[in-house]
Design a protein around this ligand. Structure first.
Ligand code: NAP
Length: 259
């Protein structure tokens, strides 16, 4: 299947590590330009070098996305450098463990800025460019939006809002033929996941318990499997798919727990 991505330009937030890195590489492998956005300059340089060595087209913009102005800067950089923006992948986020009991109102608010505000801000600033080319938006959500996890109110609230905004934006952007979808992972081995599991009392045992409950093949989803769905949704091969929340999770969220 030809995804027709050549000559297009995509922004991937958190694009240097984990799921975002897999999405960046997949976009580049399909012949499009990828702009990797993240707060770690060294991480950004490393992934862009890797993509270019593999024959792809990429550049990076270093930004802490919880700052609204940084989101405007990302869009300005991309528009000035390439003259177009075909798609936005909102992916950067962190399960920061701001609980109801152990957190605080200030930490909760900060968590929303780390996980939610930049999804809105980037979509808002990218919109004039997306309108010109009938571009589209792919958000990366989390199972936490629908299952809860405990002790992570800020992250759960953000991911719940991302599901709601997917439908909300899909409706608002119908007149412009801009599609909006969310890919929703559950258990994917990434630096974020490794940090989270290591924060638990017995990480090895906990990991075994989790993996044993993933219905499809009793294994974690790979970052590449998330990327393949995200890039398909970016492409015009999914040209009549909008407002969807697509679970790429080996059945973890919906299938019978007794499996
Ligand atoms: P990851 O391994 O931590 O990679 C995320 C990247 O985004 C990192 O480079 C990180 O920088 C960067 N980043 C995070 N917040 C940022 C900010 N405010 N400004 C700039 N850069 C920022 O995470 P991942 O596991 O790939 O997760 C990617 C997405 O998938 C997230 O939205 C997450 O909620 C979602 N997700 C993941 C899983 C899973 O099992 N892994 C499950 C459900 C949902 P630093 O390295 O400096 O932190």
């Amino acid at each position: 299947m030809n995804l027709n991505l050549a000559s297009k330009v995509y922004i991937v937030t958190g694009g240097a590590k984990g799921i975002g890195a897999a999405i960046s590489k997949t976009i580049a492998a399909e012949g499009a330009v990828v702009v990797v956005v993240g707060r770690g300059k060294e991480d950004n340089i490393r992934i862009v070098d890797e993509i270019i060595k593999a024959g792809g087209k990429a550049s990076y913009f270093t930004a802490e996305l919880s700052v609204a102005q940084a989101c405007q800067d990302v869009i300005n950089f991309t528009a000035e450098k390439y003259g177009r923006i075909d798609g936005l992948v909102n992916n950067a986020g962190i399960n920061d463990g701001v609980g109801l009991e152990k957190g605080s109102p200030e930490k909760f608010f900060q968590s929303l800025h780390k996980n939610l505000s930049h999804y809105y801000n980037l979509a808002h600033y990218a919109l004039p460019y997306l309108k010109k080319v009938k571009g589209n938006i792919v958000n990366i959500g989390s199972k936490v939006a629908v299952t809860g996890q405990g002790n992570t109110s800020g992250y759960a609230a953000s991911k719940g809002a991302i599901n709601a905004l997917t439908r909300e934006w899909a409706v608002e952007l119908l007149p412009y033929s801009i599609r909006v979808n969310t890919v929703l992972p559950a258990e994917v081995w990434t630096p974020l996941y490794e940090n989270w599991i290591n924060s638990l009392p017995d990480p090895k045992e906990k990991l075994e318990q989790i993996v044993a409950k993933i219905p499809f093949e009793k294994r974690m989803t790979t970052a590449e499997e998330i990327a393949d769905m995200a890039v398909f949704l970016l492409s015009d091969r999914s040209s009549h798919t909008t407002g969807q929340i697509i679970y790429v999770d080996g059945g973890y969220t919906h299938l019978d727990r007794s499996l």
